[in-house]
Write a protein that binds this ligand. Structure first.
Ligand code: PGA
Length: 252
C-alpha cells in the first residue's frame, strides 16, 4: 500500500518570519497525523529557519529546485550538498514554471534528478501537459516523453511523480477526477514499462493543480492518486492542514 504524501509548494512566497509563523501554527495542527507523509517546500531563503522549527518533527523539508552540478562557478545556483546540509530530504524538480519561465529542458531535468538521487534526496518530479497539448490529444504523448526523458537511467527508489496539468495550476480549474485518474493510470503504466510493474506499484503519484480542502477527498478517492502537490492552498496553515487530514477512509 502506498503511503499518501501531501506536499506544500510555496513557490516565491514567505519571508523567514512568515515561514516561522506558518510552522508555529501548522505543526500542532498535524502532529497526530501519522499515516500521511507531509512535505513543505519553502523558498531557499527560508529553509534554514524551517529546518530549525521542524527538527524532531515528522514533517519533511523540501527545496523547490537545485542545480545539476556539484559545485563551482554557477552564480546564483544551489547544489544538492547545500540542500542536504540545510536539512532538506526532498527536492521538487521539473515544475512547469521552471520548464516554462526558466527554459529547463528534459535533458537538464534528467541531470537534476540524477544528481539529487546521488545525494539521496527524494525527488518530487513534476510532469504535465498544457491546454493546447490536451486539446490536440497529445496529453499521454507529453507525459510519456517527460517521464521517459526525465527519469532516464534513474532507478525508481526515492522518486515521487507529481502530475500537474499546466492548465489547472493556479487557475482554480481542477482536473475532473476522471481526468486525474486517467492520467495517473497512464503514468503508472509508463513507469511499469520503464521499471517493472512491482516498482510502478510502489511509486507515489501526486496530483497538483488547484487542490483545496474542498476537492482533496474526491481526488484521493481515485485509485492511482496517492497525494497532492499543493500551491495556493498550502500557504495557509489551516487550509493545508485540512488537505493533510483528508478523509483517509478509502486509503487504508
Ligand atoms: P496550485 O499550484 O495549487 O496553486 O494550483 C500547484 C503547483 O503548482 O504545484
Amino acid at each position: 500500500m502506498r503511503k499518501p504524501c501531501m506536499a506544500a509548494n510555496w513557490k516565491m512566497n514567505k519571508t523567514t518570519g512568515e515561514t516561522r509563523a506558518f510552522l508555529d501554527e501548522f505543526i500542532p495542527l498535524v502532529q497526530d497525523v501519522k499515516n500521511v507523509d507531509i512535505v513543505v517546500a519553502p523558498p531557499f531563503t527560508s529553509i534554514h529557519a524551517a529546518a530549525a522549527l521542524l527538527a524532531g518533527s515528522h514533517i519533511r523539508l523540501s527545496a523547490q529546485n537545485l542545480f545539476h552540478e556539484e559545485k563551482g562557478a554557477y552564480t546564483g545556483e544551489i547544489s544538492p550538498a547545500m540542500l542536504t546540509d540545510a536539512g532538506c530530504s526532498h527536492v521538487i524538480i521539473g515544475h512547469s514554471e521552471r520548464r516554462q519561465y526558466f527554459k529547463e529542458t528534459d535533458e537538464m531535468l534528467n541531470r537534476k534528478v540524477r544528481i539529487a538521487r546521488k545525494h539521496a534526496l527524494q525527488v518530487i518530479f513534476c510532469i504535465g501537459e498544457s491546454l493546447e497539448e490536451r486539446e490536440a490529444g497529445k496529453t499521454f504523448e507529453v507525459l510519456n516523453r517527460e517521464i521517459g526523458e526525465g527519469l532516464k537511467e534513474v532507478s525508481p527508489e526515492g522518486i515521487i511523480v507529481a502530475y500537474e496539468p499546466i492548465w489547472a495550476i493556479g487557475t482554480g480549474k481542477t482536473a475532473t477526477t476522471e481526468q486525474a485518474q486517467e492520467a495517473h493510470y497512464s503514468i503508472r503504466e509508463k513507469l511499469a514499462a520503464l521499471y517493472s510493474n512491482a516498482a510502478a506499484q510502489e511509486i507515489r503519484i501526486l496530483y497538483g493543480g488547484s487542490v483545496t480542502p474542498d476537492n482533496i477527498d474526491a481526488l484521493m478517492r481515485c485509485a492511482d492518486v496517492d497525494g497532492a502537490l499543493v500551491g495556493g492552498a498550502s500557504l495557509k496553515a489551516d487550509s493545508f492542514s485540512k488537505i493533510v487530514k483528508f478523509n483517509t477512509d478509502y486509503k487504508q
